[in-house]
Design a protein around this ligand. Structure first.
Ligand SMILES: Cc1cc2nc3c(=O)[nH]c(=O)nc-3n(C[C@H](O)[C@H](O)[C@H](O)COP(=O)(O)OP(=O)(O)OC[C@H]3O[C@@H](n4cnc5c(N)ncnc54)[C@H](O)[C@@H]3O)c2cc1C
Length: 600
């Protein structure tokens, strides 16, 4: 049985010492987020997921979801009861607005809970996770009546929500959707079409499910400019809030898939189902991006989540499994062999994993803070800066975060040798579950294109310039601590590579747009390394200061400094290579014809 421990110590470090959440106490919603309060939430959230949600991860994977003869769907044993406890504990309400029954705490606090849930059980976490995107879209684009009708019950968790974008012939290119929405005389629309791959499309956790569905109205433009967004509840809601008749939306089947078996990925058939438009006709794209941006950060965090739990299990095995002897001589001569943790190659994987997990936790929670500051920052410039940074880095958190999450999960499986490949130990589940995060919410290739094609050029490159300015100023600060200086020097160098790659795009993308597409992935990875580096620089500074100040928990801070050095000496070596990949342009990538590619 895999192990899981909620990373409460490190989360408290990020919240209290790195982000210093308490220092934002003058901003709305932050006033009640005192350190006592946030520490208590972090501890209690950790206890809840450890005791209630984590034990259902392996069993949920083995059992999967079931579609019954009458079309109804049930989740694996234990999910319904765990979800009931989640709702009763008010866990989904932490960061939701008080106006709709939420607790109004900073987004950071809700994100910590989401992260804990996904680490303990990604398939389970996706049920409330998907609803968050739907809540954001209704909140920002729904009418006052829609907000009043749906949000309180979605926020409390009494109802859940889904996002219905994908169709059989289109996933990335949503301009091609065929689902139709025909206006009815009562102000509603009749929705007809088939959606596939819909996460949490149906289940037995809640009495109602609020589907948000992309469709096209008659005469709408054939491109993404013709998309509209509709609320299509599983049960139609009466004016008094009670549940009325069953809507004409059914589950055709549950997809058989590689991982996240505990989450019902459904084919959804809409046969003239009653739907209500969110916002205006043909303006669905903006609402869709609200859903997707919330969801993309959540998916990036899944990269962290699977890396975290896989790391914990890789470490446990490395301490327990005995093979061979340390290169420097037997570490435990009284035993037949040393634990495999003595081998530098095993240590390499553990250090890569720990450095990613802790750096990514800092990046994700810092990202969540930027989401808060986008709305609540003290000045217009604060709000703008936060918005610029999180817009730029959302595709990086999603793309780089999930690529690395998968890599760490496979490295940890590797530590288990053959025992990681067979299914009885559960290491394969982390790899299988981590894999999907690189695909959904827009594949990582599409994230890379979003970064270089949209985000880089927006507002004359203001966001990337802000990132460079931030990194440059923080690298320039003098420090007496050797680690801090080393990290600053290597981060500065990696950022130099990123600046050069950015400049190369500016000079070579207009003449041949394939140059942009060919270098996009390398650029996203390079930006990921720099972003993680900014977090490691900050963590190194905080840790060096804590040690200098005589902190009690010295081993914790010393470990942080060692990981910061690991980032500086091992992660940054890729930066120059990635820059050269960008600068190689598209020539070889596009050189072969389709026929030549097929020669074998
Ligand atoms: C388990 C699971 C759960 C999912 N949950 C949901 C959900 O809840 N709601 C929902 O609506 N959808 C959901 N999806 C769908 C998911 O978001 C899509 O699969 C994904 O966006 C990719 O679309 P596609 O599969 O059609 O691939 P395609 O769009 O056909 O892409 C195929 C390949 O081409 C590349 N590509 C395509 N266009 C470009 C481009 N312009 N530039 C560069 N490369 C490009 C892609 O990167 C990919 O490698 C889910 C999918 C899965 C497997």
């Amino acid at each position: 049985m895999p192990v899981y421990t909620a990373p409460t110590r490190d989360t408290r470090f990020v919240v209290n010492e790195l982000l210093r959440l308490e220092s934002y106490g003058n901003l709305p919603g932050f006033e009640s987020a005192s350190q006592d309060m946030t520490d208590a939430i972090i501890e209690e959230a950790g206890r809840f997921v450890t005791e209630v949600v984590a034990p259902l991860n392996l069993s949920g994977d083995k059992e999967g979801c079931t579609r019954h003869a009458d079309g109804s769907v049930t989740t694996p044993a234990g999910f319904k009861d765990a979800y009931r406890q989640y709702v009763e504990g008010g866990w989904g309400t932490l960061s939701a607005p008080e106006q709709f029954g939420g607790q109004g705490l900073p987004h950071v606090m809700g994100f910590i809970m989401e992260c804990n849930l996904a680490t303990a059980n990604q398939a389970f976490a996706m049920y409330p996770g998907l609803a968050n995107g739907a809540i954001s879209a209704i909140r920002e684009k729904g009418s006052p009546e829609q907000r009043a009708m749906y949000l309180p019950k979605m926020v409390s968790g009494q109802w859940l929500g889904t996002m219905n974008l994908t169709e059989p012939h289109c996933g990335t290119d949503l301009g091609m959707i065929r689902t139709r929405a025909v206006p009815a005389t009562d102000g509603s629309y009749a929705i007809t079409g088939t959606k596939i791959f819909i996460s949490a499309g149906d289940h037995d956790l809640t009495e109602n499910i609020v589907h948000l569905v992309l469709a096209k109205t008659p005469g709408a433009p054939e491109s993404s400019k013709g998309i509209s967004l509709f609320i299509v509840p599983k049960f139609i809601v009466n004016a008094d809030g009670s549940l009325g008749e069953r809507n004409a939306v059914t589950v055709g089947s549950i997809e058989e898939k590689m991982g996240i078996h505990g989450n019902a990925t459904c084919v959804m058939n809409y046969d003239g189902a009653k739907g209500w438009i969110v916002g205006e006709e043909n303006k669905g794209l903006a609402a869709m991006f609200i859903m997707m941006n919330a969801a993309r950060l959540g998916v990036g965090m899944q990269g962290l989540a699977q890396a975290e739990v896989a790391y914990q299990n890789g470490l446990a095995y490395a301490l327990d499994r005995r093979q061979g002897r340390a290169l420097t001589g037997p570490a435990e001569p009284q035993e037949r062999a040393d634990p495999i943790i003595v081998h530098p190659d095993v240590r390499r994987m553990l250090m890569d994993g720990k450095t990613f997990v802790e750096g990514m936790r800092a990046l994700c929670l810092w990202g969540a803070l930027q989401v808060d500051l986008t709305h609540k920052g003290a000045t217009e410039d604060d709000r703008q800066e936060a918005d610029d940074l999180i817009s730029l880095l959302t595709p990086v958190i999603k793309g780089y975060g999930t690529d690395m999450g998968y890599k760490v999960a496979t490295d940890m499986q590797q530590i288990w040798g053959g025992h990681g490949y067979i299914t009885e130990n559960g290491m394969d589940q982390f790899v299988r579950d981590a894999r999907i995060a690189m695909i959904y919410e827009g594949t990582n290739g599409v994230q890379a294109m979003d970064l270089v094609g949209r985000k880089l050029a927006q507002n004359g490159g203001r966001a990337v310039q802000r990132l460079f300015a931030l990194v440059d100023s923080e690298c320039a600060e003098e420090s007496a601590d050797e680690t801090v200086s080393l990290v600053a020097e290597r981060l500065s160098r990696a950022t130099g590579d990123m600046k050069a790659a950015t400049m190369w795009f500016m000079q070579n993308a207009m003449a041949n747009p394939n140059n942009l597409g060919a270098g996009a992935y390398a650029y996203m990875t390079l930006t990921g390394i720099v972003s993680l580096g900014l977090m490691w620089l900050r963590m190194a500074k905080v840790s060096a200061a804590a040690i200098a100040g005589g902190a009690e928990d010295k081993p914790f801070y010393e470990a942080k400094l060692a990981c910061a050095r690991h980032w500086a000496t091992r992660y940054t070596t890729e930066a120059g290579a990635l820059r050269r990949q960008v600068e190689a342009g598209s020539e070889t990538i596009m050189a072969l014809s389709a026929e030549q590619l097929a020669i074998n």
